[in-house]
Design a protein around this ligand. Structure first.
Ligand SMILES: [Zn+2]
Length: 297
């Protein structure tokens, strides 16, 4: 079964992860712009980060046969550095219109400060202007209030809930996200937030419609195989193949497909893998390795 991991910070992951994901059936990943574990001190580093995820990371994924897409945005943590935030806001429009950008994101609240609110609203306006879907990061602390408030603000800014994915949803927030017509995404972690077992229970209780599974794998303890592993567990628990396909593939494609930037043909009719290809003179291979070259198209 093919899978999409619609929330994966691949810039933090290794080539082993790409190989394992491809082997497990992951055909596409969406890399949302986010915090990288340490605060950036100037807009130049942010610019380079955005061009890295849209450039070299996309190339790197392709070298392992995985289609790579991005969400572009200013994350909530760095929104609290006003000087940086102002400069990043000037950069975003030119990056958001680049090929492979499927949404503005991940944006939203962290500590729910006034500055986070200000830049969240400005980016919702940008999404509306550019007619792009939105990926929302809901806070890990005070989640229920943060999620409700995010949805209030999105509706206030006249965005259709059908074009907005609320991520890091859990048992506490799923009902409201569904009732209000948004897509509900779940980041499955090995130890915290949401587990595969709890995810399977939610699909049984709420059905597969509008639910999306992702790994949110990043530089912390996380598992880039969370999507295929959750699918396997759901199958073992008797959830139907069609429901599994919805939550691990088709719903993400429907939500982010509204950008016009991600479509099945990208992986069903792919360009062949050619590891002889270079990106700015760089290869993913190291000394003496034989490049993988697919001759089929
Ligand atoms: Zn993330």
């Amino acid at each position: 079964m093919p899978y999409i991991d619609p929330h994966a910070h691949m810039i933090s992951r290794t080539t082993d992860d790409y190989e394992a994901m491809a082997k497990a059936g992951v055909v596409a990943v969406i890399e949302p712009a986010f915090w990288t574990g340490q605060a950036r001190t100037n807009a130049g580093s942010y610019r380079d980060y955005l061009s890295h995820i849209l450039g070299f990371e996309r190339f790197r994924a392709g070298q392992f046969g995985i289609c790579h897409y991005c969400c572009i945005g200013l994350n909530s943590k760095e929104a609290n550095n006003e000087e940086l935030a102002e400069a990043v806001m000037d950069l975003l429009p030119s990056f958001a219109v680049k090929e492979g950008v499927v949404a503005i994101g991940e944006i939203g609240y962290d500590e729910q400060t006034a500055l986070e609110d200000k830049y969240f609203r400005l980016q919702l306006d940008l999404a509306r202007e550019l007619d792009l879907p939105v990926m929302i990061h809901t806070p890990h602390r005070d989640k229920k209030r943060g999620a409700s408030r995010s949805m209030d603000v999105i509706l206030e800014h006249k965005l259709s809930p059908n074009r907005v994915v609320i991520d890091h949803v859990n048992e506490e927030t799923i009902q409201e996200v569904k009732d209000r017509g948004f897509w509900a995404a779940f980041s499955i972690y090995p130890h915290s937030k949401m587990t595969a077992e709890r995810m399977a229970a939610l699909v049984k209780q709420y059905g597969a419609e509008r639910l999306i599974v992702d790994s949110a794998c990043d530089w912390g303890i996380s598992d880039p195989l969370s999507v295929p592993k959750t699918a396997e567990l759901m199958a073992a628990q008797g959830i139907s193949d069609s429901d599994i396909r919805l939550v691990t593939y088709a719903n993400a494609l429907a939500a982010y497909g509204q950008s016009g930037q991600i479509k099945e043909d990208d992986w069903l009719k792919p360009a062949p893998i050619d590891q002889r290809t270079l990106y700015q003179g760089n290869t993913v291979l190291r000394g003496g390795q034989t490049p993988q070259v697919d001759t089929k198209s």
